[in-house]
Design a protein around this ligand. Structure first.
Ligand SMILES: Nc1ncnc2c1ncn2[C@@H]1O[C@H](COP(=O)(O)OP(=O)(O)OP(=O)(O)O)[C@@H](O)[C@H]1O
Ligand SMILES: [Mg+2]
Length: 310
């Protein structure tokens, strides 16, 4: 099972939107997906109609009160299961008196290794993917996630403000790798989110390219995404299911195929992939080339702060 976090220090860059729609695209490829909602806004949970109290949420598993398997629930969508979030997840770092000595720090508070431990002792073999939806800018939950996941996708909006977040986000990933000492998590790629018909602008793409790190094909912008999120039924809320023929859905499917190492996609040359993606296609790197990319401090010094004027 692959454990992939949709992660950025920045809020509002599309982590939840890309997570749930890529989940739907992977599910329609026959993959079995478990979504873990770690955000107290619980938007992923709400998408699946499953906002929960702390006792029935991921918090219960993190605190060792219930095994993770007990808070996993099916969703209305075939092949997608959910561990719900809860609106008070943001207070997890203040919980005191944690019983399990392995999951508490010297002051008895929840330790940031709690998720790593819980995943290690849970039998999740029936799932192909664990997708973690993270909050933006919550240090404790960021630590929980980065110590527990195997791969990270950084969704990024295409404005200069969004790009400012890339460097600090990469630094968090790097710090987690150093702390873990197991070369995890891998960096699966930036995921440009909100591209127009003509794709990602040269300026944004060249900024991302300066990292010399993988970049997944861009997700298209659509105002419908916002509208659909409030629809009455679950299938109506997911772009991939509600508008299967749209350009946005095609872009989600293409990203899912890349993540899933679809030989149809990963076997193609980069120019073929960009051509196949049409005008919305961003530069992309075949998935099997990605895991071998280096990610170390030296690498990060070339990040484009100068380019951004910071
Ligand atoms: N490709 C897109 N086209 C149009 N709107 C989008 C797109 N992706 C995301 N949005 C909209 O942008 C807003 C932020 O998206 P989303 O909630 O997925 O971001 P997030 O990173 O999960 O935010 P948070 O940090 O608060 O969890 C939402 O209103 C969503 O509908
Ligand atoms: Mg979110």
């Amino acid at each position: 099972m692959r454990k992939i976090a949709f992660f950025s220090q920045k809020g509002g860059c599309g982590k939840t939107t890309t997570c749930v729609n890529i989940a739907a695209a992977l599910a329609s490829r026959g993959r079995r997906i478990l979504i873990l909602d770690l955000d107290s806004n619980a938007c992923a949970s709400r998408t699946f109609g499953a906002l929960e109290s702390l006792e029935n949420s991921i918090a219960a598993a993190l605190l060792g009160l219930r095994p993770l398997a007990e808070v996993v629930r099916p969703t209305e969508i075939d092949n997608i299961w959910l561990v719900p979030g809860a609106t008070d997840l943001h207070s997890l770092d203040n919980v005191e008196g944690v019983l399990d000595p392995n999951r508490r720090d010297d002051l008895g508070r929840l330790s940031p290794v709690a998720l790593q431990l819980e995943l290690a002792q849970s039998d999740l073999a029936r799932f192909d993917y664990l997708l973690l939806d993270c909050p933006g800018g919550h240090p404790f939950i960021e630590h929980l996630v980065l110590l527990a996941c195997d791969e990270v996708i950084i969704p990024t909006g295409l404005s200069i403000y969004d790009l400012y977040a890339a460097t600090p986000t990469m630094h968090l990933i790097l710090m987690a790798r150093e702390a873990r000492g197991d070369d995890k998590p891998d960096f699966l790629g930036f995921l440009p989110n909100g591209a127009g018909r003509r794709g990602v602008s040269r300026r944004v793409q060249s900024t991302l390219d300066q990292y010399s790190l993988p970049c997944l094909p861009a997700v298209r912008h659509s105002d419908l995404i916002k509208t659909l999120a409030g629809m009455p039924t679950v299938p109506q809320r997911l772009m991939v299911l509600a508008r299967p023929e749209s350009a946005v859905t095609a872009s989600f499917r293409q990203v899912a195929a890349m993540i899933d190492h679809d030989p149809e996609i990963t076997g193609r040359s980069e120019s073929e992939m960009v051509a196949a993606a049409g005008p919305s296609g961003a530069t992309s790197v075949p998935a099997d080339a990605q895991s071998s990319l280096p990610l170390d401090s030296e690498h990060l010094e070339v990040v484009p702060c100068a380019h951004l004027g910071i």
